[in-house]
Design a protein around this ligand. Structure first.
Ligand code: ADP
Ligand code: MG
Length: 253
C-alpha cells in the first residue's frame, strides 16, 4: 500500500482560453490533513472537483489510492466523501430523514443517531435542516461525507462565514475524523486555520503551486531569509480577546 493516497501530476484545466490550473503536481500522504491554500480564484475548487471526478481535466494525471482517474472514476467515487454545497439539501426534511436519504443513495446501512453523535448533533435529529445555525449546518454536511465510510474526505472552505467558536469546534471535528484514519483535504484562506489544522499545505496562486511543505517548515524558511515582522507582535490578538470574553463554548445549541 503506497504511502501516498493521492498523486497529481502536471494537472491542467482550461475554461475556454483561460488557464485556471496551469500544470500542478502534488502528493497527499495517507492519513494526513492536507491544505490547499490560496486567494479566491486561485484554482482550489477546480483542482478538488477534478480529483472528486466531478469536473473534467484538460490534461495531466490523477491517481487516487491506486485508481487512475481516467480508467476508474467509479472506484474513486466509492472511496471518497465530498461535502456538497449546503444549498443542495432538502430544507424541509429533518436530519434523520436526510441521512436516510443519503444512505439510500450510497446503498449504505447506517444508524442516523450514531452518525449524528459523531458530529455532536444528536439533539437535532428531528430538526429541519433550514432551522440549524451555520456551524450546525457545516457539521451536518461533514457528517454526510462520512456516510459511505470514505478513505478520503474533501472539504472546500468548510469554515467560511462561521464565528470563532464554531470554527474551533469544526477544527476539533476534522481532527477527530483524521484520528479515525481518514485522510482529509481541505481548502481555506484562513492562515491561522491552516497553521493549527494542516500537516502540510500547498500554496496555490493563479493556478500554480508556489510552495508546498508543513506550515512549520514554511515559516522557518521565511525566517531564514531574514524576514521579521515589521513591529513587535503582542502576545495576544483580537480573536484571543473575543474568545477570552465569550468563551469556547458553542452558543448555537
Ligand atoms: P478557487 O476555488 O481557488 O477560488 P476556482 O477553482 O473556483 O478558484 O476558480 C479558478 C478560476 O477559474 C477563477 O478565475 C474562476 O473564475 C474560473 N472558473 C471556475 N469555474 C469556471 C467555469 N465553470 N467556467 C469558467 N471559468 C471558471
Ligand atoms: Mg473555491
Amino acid at each position: 500500500m503506497s504511502n501516498m493516497i493521492i498523486s497529481v501530476r502536471n494537472l491542467k484545466k482550461n475554461y475556454g482560453d483561460f488557464e485556471a490550473v496551469k500544470g500542478i503536481s502534488f502528493d497527499v500522504k495517507r492519513g494526513e490533513i492536507f491544505g490547499l491554500l490560496g486567494p479566491n480564484g486561485a484554482g482550489k475548487s477546480t483542482t478538488l472537483e477534478i480529483i472528486e471526478t466531478l469536473r473534467q481535466k484538460t490534461s495531466g494525471e490523477v491517481v487516487v489510492d491506486g485508481f487512475n482517474l481516467d480508467e476508474s472514476p467509479n472506484e474513486i467515487k466509492k472511496i471518497i466523501g465530498v461535502q456538497l454545497q449546503t444549498s443542495g439539501y432538502y430544507p424541509s426534511l429533518n436530519l434523520t430523514e436526510l441521512i436516510h436519504l443519503f444512505a439510500g443513495l450510497y446503498n449504505e446501512d447506517i444508524d442516523p443517531m450514531v452518525l449524528l453523535d459523531s458530529v455532536n448533533l444528536r439533539d437535532k435529529a428531528k430538526s429541519k435542516y433550514k432551522e440549524m445555525s451555520g456551524g450546525q449546518k457545516q457539521r451536518f454536511s461533514i457528517a454526510t461525507t462520512l456516510i459511505n465510510k470514505p478513505r478520503i474526505i474533501f472539504l472546500d472552505e468548510p469554515t467560511t462565514g462561521l464565528d470563532p467558536q464554531a470554527r474551533r469546534n469544526l477544527w476539533e471535528l476534522i481532527k477527530t475524523i483524521r484520528a479515525s484514519g481518514t485522510t482529509v483535504i481541505i481548502t481555506t484562506h484562513y492562515m491561522d486555520e491552516a497553521e493549527v489544522l494542516c500537516d502540510r499545505v500547498a500554496i496555490i496562486d493563479s493556478g500554480k503551486i508556489i510552495a508546498l511543505n508543513s506550515p512549520d517548515k514554511l515559516i522557518d524558511e521565511l525566517v531564514d531569509t531574514g524576514f521579521e515582522r515589521p513591529k513587535e507582535v503582542k502576545k495576544a490578538n483580537l480573536e484571543d480577546v473575543f474568545i477570552n470574553l465569550t468563551g469556547h463554548v458553542l452558543r448555537e445549541e
